[in-house]
Design a protein around this ligand. Structure first.
Ligand SMILES: [Zn+2]
Length: 278
């Protein structure tokens, strides 16, 4: 077998070739493979190689530690630019399979599936932006006649966006209000003219549009007790039915309080909010 400083004889095709024709291999004595690149390519396309690879992969998959490794590698690969360019329709092609498979899994593991769903929802709602969107959606669905919302996103029914609503509410915040207390124990979105005073059955009605217009929405402490605790003289949201409407002076539109907690902007829409709770 001829091996020298310049090259070697390939163990497969038995021709003497320079080292540049061999792949580097730090495990080998001479720092290179013992078969030339042409022979290597042929071997890699052979069924022998494919079968061996398949066997090794199956064997590794049976080993729990290697299984996780393999899964992680595959997951990373599916997100890599190379994969996305090579298989642009991968997701679309496998969507049906994935849907059927996840459905089957959920039916087989009802407990775990419920637990995961709850966990996912909790994480999603820990973002104030999502909480605001969800509150709007639920409230609109609640007041509309059955089925007229028809699974449409609330933003498509309104002339304003989530961001516009967010800045509108922020501009009317009373001292102490922030996105961290937009909760049952904090403030709610309140209708200045009560919902009951409008007539509508579907989102297309004028009554609906007036009722949910930005000028009819304001932040209000959930209960009068909470309002008093924050030093407000206003009536809370749940005292709705009893409040003498005329007695509540309209809020000036630009009473935005500059001394609000500094978390006001950083919490909203940032990932910080749910990272800290998870
Ligand atoms: Zn060769």
């Amino acid at each position: 077998m001829r091996i020298d400083d310049n090259g070697r004889k390939c163990t497969v095709c038995h021709t003497y070739l320079p080292w540049t024709s061999f792949n580097k291999n730090s495990n080998s004595r001479h720092g290179h493979d013992n078969r030339c690149r042409t022979c290597l390519k042929e071997y890699r396309q052979s069924n022998t190689y494919k079968d061996a690879n398949k066997l090794r992969s199956q064997r590794d998959y049976a080993d729990p530690s290697k299984k996780d490794q393999q899964k992680a590698r595959m997951r990373a690969y599916r997100r890599s630019p190379a994969f996305i360019t090579n298989y642009p329709n991968f997701r679309a092609k496998h969507r049906d399979y994935q849907r059927t498979y996840s459905k089957k899994w959920r039916e087989e593991h009802p407990e775990r599936s419920r637990k995961t769903a709850r966990k996912r929802m909790k994480k999603w709602l820990s973002n104030p932006r999502n909480r605001l969107s969800s509150a709007m959606s639920a409230s609109i669905r609640h007041y509309l006649s059955n089925g007229t919302k028809n699974r449409r996103h609330w933003e498509t029914l309104m002339p304003y966006t989530l961001d516009a609503l967010k800045s509108h509410l922020e501009s009317l915040w009373e001292p102490g209000m922030s996105w961290s207390n937009h909760t049952v124990k904090g403030w709610h979105i309140d209708h200045i003219q009560p919902v009951a005073s409008f007539t509508f059955t579907s989102p297309e009605d004028q009554g609906f549009k007036d009722c949910w217009s930005l000028s009819n929405l304001m932040p209000r402490w959930s209960t009068t007790g909470i309002a008093i605790r924050y030093g407000s003289t206003r009536i809370g949201n749940t005292n709705k039915g009893h409040r003498p409407l005329a007695a509540i002076p309209p809020l000036p539109h630009n009473n935005r309080i500059s001394t609000l907690p500094s978390t006001k902007h950083s919490v909203f829409g940032s990932t910080k909010a749910y990272k800290s709770t998870s």
